[in-house]
Every structure is written in structure tokens, then in C-alpha cells.
Design a binder for this molecule. Structure first.
Ligand code: G
Ligand code: MN
Length: 398
């Protein structure tokens, strides 16, 4: 659908406009919307993404962010009106950069209210249709957890639709809302962005540092990206990299800026050798292996004691999604892929899932004897796997 037709169809109704007016709320003029972009740095290299940030220009030419219009924007009509415009502008920019050979992901904020709107997925498809050269993997939707999500079920469905289309999903301002952990547990997400409040206070206050360390650890165990927002000092940078954060965003690197400037900044950074930070010195291997041993023991014990193999454990389709698998393909690979034993670990881990799968099929087919034999091989394979993980270099194990 052409953009003008979409925009005409999303104009707030007369009632919505009257309601906003009588509550005395300030409404931004959508025609003055402009996007600024703030680069996000990867700890393994240069700028990997930019966050698109909405700004509105007033009569004097001054720019205001959406925060100054927050109550008005938190209405269905205005959330969609702004959402459609931001999506259009950011998609057009992402497509232009892609066609221009700039390899960068564009992240944008999507209000929970718009995510819950019945039109959201149709608007998304229309926008993707208007920009056929976009690579969906270069788009990330940031869902803030500070604004309440009207219906978590509806939001889950919408986010799943985005993921099906190859678009990435981030939880923004993580820790600042009241439902952080349930969002992390319920929603499929590629990225978690730690709220800048914790980052700015973590050197002075132990609780903030513990919270930051906890979020980073969760991200490393899940194999998802963790962005620290609001990084302003090199002390914060150094501490975050010791804890193993994967991405950094803040005034230390760049302020939000117009697209033309951010593009120059990223190209300059790609030309100069960008600094690779040292990998995390806090390692998670002991936690990961302890969890894995509990899971495999339970698998074997359930078979021996009760004669069946639990479905949720060690299915072959789970090889990249189990506790050990997620870590092996992300944080584990980052730290240990240079170790000769690492390949062995991956092969044994895959074998373990295959054996579990075969044993389950035998049980279903009534071939209990064969299943028992496979479980014995499973146990031996697991002993070999665990001993190889434990042989990874001690200390920092890097
Ligand atoms: O919640 P969200 O992540 O979308 O917020 C991004 C906002 O944070 C932007 O408006 C941006 O200007 C601001 N911001 C980005 N980096 C920094 C920083 O290092 N310090 C502060 N105080 N604000 C920042
Ligand atoms: Mn954001």
C-alpha cells in the first residue's frame, strides 16, 4: 500500500483529537519528524548498528524528542501515526544504506501500544513491500519495558510474526520496568539493552553493578546480544567489557546525529582499524557445565527409574537451544574456539543429542533393549564431553 494511503487511514479520529485537546496534551506535528541515529559499537570490532531516534522540529527549528509528547503518544491513534512514520523513514534509510554497500543494522523503538495494535503486522508488511531491497536481519525492533504492554499475549504474537519475517527483536531499557524478568522469560529476543540508569550508577553503587553483571551473565548464557546503554566514561567501558557485554552505546562513542553524519562516522570507523576489546575475564563455564550435568543426570535417571525419556530434554532439534548449545555457539565460541579441544566438544555435544533422539524413537517403537544400549553410549559420550569441557584452560579459561 502506498505510504500516503496508509497515513490517511491512520489519522486520529475527530474524537481522539478532541480527547487529546481537552486533556491539554502536546501533540507533535508528524510532518516535522526527522530521525537521528546513534551508533552502537560491538566489543569485538566497530559500529555494528545504529539506533534511530525520533525528533520533531518546532517553529523555531529546535528539536524535541518523543519524551516531551509522551502522554499524547501513548494513545492508540498517535502511537500508530508515529509508528508508521518512524518505520517508513527508518526502512527507507536501511534500504538506502544497504544499496549503498553500508553494512549496518538499523534499530528502532516500537511502542508497546503500537505493537498491540491490530494493524501493526499489516503496516509492517506494507512497509517491507515498499522497500523490497531491505534485508530483514538488518532491522531490529526495540520494545521498551518501561511502558506497560497492554496485552503480553498479543505482543508475543506480533513479535513472533516479526521474527518469522527475519526481523530482530530487542528488549529496551531492561531493568527499568517492573516486568523485566518475565519479559526475558516470555518473549523471544535477540538483544537486551541494559537501562542507562544502571550503567551510569554501577561504579558508585554495588546494587547497580550487581544488576548489570546479572543481566550480562543471563545474556551470555542465552547467547543473545547485550547492549549497555548510556556509556559515558572509559571506566564504565572497561568494567563492562570485563563482565563480557557484547555491545556499547553512549556519548563516549557518539551522540545521536543526522543520517549523513552517522554514515560518515561509520565509514571512517570501518576504514581505520577499530579496537577489539579484550574478551570477558569472568567465565561462565563452571555454571554451564553444572547445569548440563544436572540435565543429563535427570535424563538418565528418569529412564532407569521410570522407563521413559523426558521430551523436553536433549532433543536433537534442541542442539542449538539447550543450555550448553546456546553457550557453545556464542560466549563459549568467543572464548574457547581457539582451543583444539573445542571442536571435539561440539562434535560430542551433537552426538549426545543424536543419541537421545534415537533412544527416544526406539522407546516409541517398543525397542526397549536397543534404547537401553543407546543410553549406555549416551552416558559414555557425556562423560567424554564433560571431561573435555573441564579440560579447557583454567583461570580465565581464555
Ligand atoms: O530508551 P532509549 O534507549 O530508546 O533511549 C535512548 C535515549 O538515550 C536517546 O534519546 C539518547 O539521546 C539518550 N542517550 C544515548 N546515549 C546516552 C548517554 O551516553 N548518556 C545519556 N545521558 N543519554 C544518552
Ligand atoms: Mn531504544
Amino acid at each position: 500500500m502506498p505510504l500516503l494511503a496508509v497515513l490517511r487511514s491512520v489519522s486520529p479520529s475527530a474524537e481522539a483529537q478532541a480527547d487529546i485537546a481537552c486533556r491539554g496534551l502536546r501533540v507533535p506535528d508528524p510532518d516535522t519528524l526527522t530521525l537521528f541515529y546513534q551508533p552502537i559499537k560491538s566489543t569485538t570490532g566497530g559500529f555494528e548498528c545504529v539506533e534511530a531516534l525520533a525528533r520533531f522540529r518546532d517553529d523555531t527549528g529546535a528539536l524535541a524528542g518523543p519524551a516531551s509528547f509522551a502522554p499524547a503518544l501513548d494513545t492508540d491513534a498517535h502511537a500508530r501515526l508515529l509508528g508508521v512514520r518512524v518505520m517508513e523513514a527508518a526502512f527507507a534509510q536501511a534500504e538506502a544504506w544497504h544499496l549503498d554497500g553500508l553494512d549496518i543494522r538499523v534499530c528502532m523503538n516500537v511502542s508497546p501500544r503500537y505493537l498491540n495494535d491490530d494493524s501493526f503486522i499489516a503496516d509492517l508488511d506494507a512497509a517491507l513491500g515498499r522497500h523490497p531491497d531491505i534485508l530483514p536481519g538488518r532491522i531490529e525492533f526495540e520494545i521498551t519495558e518501561t511502558a506497560p504492554i497492554p496485552s503480553l499475549e498479543r505482543a508475543e504474537e506480533s513479535l513472533q510474526e516479526c521474527i518469522t519475517r527475519g526481523i530482530r527483536v530487542a528488549i529496551d531499557d531492561f531493568g527499568a520496568g517492573s516486568a523485566s524478568l518475565s519479559y526475558l522469560q516470555r518473549l523471544s529476543t535477540h538483544t537486551v539493552k541494559i537501562d542507562q540508569k544502571f550503567v551510569s550508577r554501577m561504579i558508585d553503587f554495588p546494587k547497580d553493578m550487581a544488576i548489570v553483571a546479572g543481566i550480562i551473565t543471563a545474556g551470555r548464557m542465552l547467547g543473545i546480544d547485550i547492549v549497555a546503554e548510556g556509556v559515558e566514561t572509559t571506566d564504565q567501558e572497561s568494567l563492562l567489557s570485563t563482565m563480557g557485554v557484547s555491545h556499547l552505546q553512549g556519548f563516549l562513542y557518539a551522540k545521536p546525529m543526522p543520517s549523513i553524519e552517522v554514515e560518515k562516522r561509520i565509514r571512517d570507523c570501518q576504514r581505520t582499524e577499530s579496537r577489539r576489546m579484550k574478551p570477558a575475564s569472568i567465565n561462565l563455564v563452571d555454571t554451564i557445565v553444572a547445569g548440563h550435568v544436572h540435565r543429563t543426570n535427570l535424563f538418565i535417571k528418569t529412564f532407569n527409574d521410570r522407563g521413559f525419556l523426558p521430551d523436553h530434554l536433549l532433543d536433537v532439534t534442541e542442539v542449538d537451544n539447550c543450555h550448553l548449545g546456546r553457550w557453545l555457539k556464542s560466549d563459549g565460541a568467543r572464548h574457547f574456539s581457539c582451543q583444539p579441544v573445542f571442536d571435539d566438544i561440539q562434535v560430542l555435544h551433537e552426538a549426545l543429542h543424536r543419541l537421545a533422539r534415537e533412544a527416544k524413537l526406539c522407546m516409541v517403537g517398543g525397542r526397549t533393549g536397543k534404547a537401553r544400549a543407546l543410553i549406555r553410549v549416551f552416558e559414555e559420550t557425556n562423560v567424554a564431553l564433560v571431561s573435555r569441557i573441564e579440560s579447557l584452560p583454567a583461570g580465565t579459561r581464555q
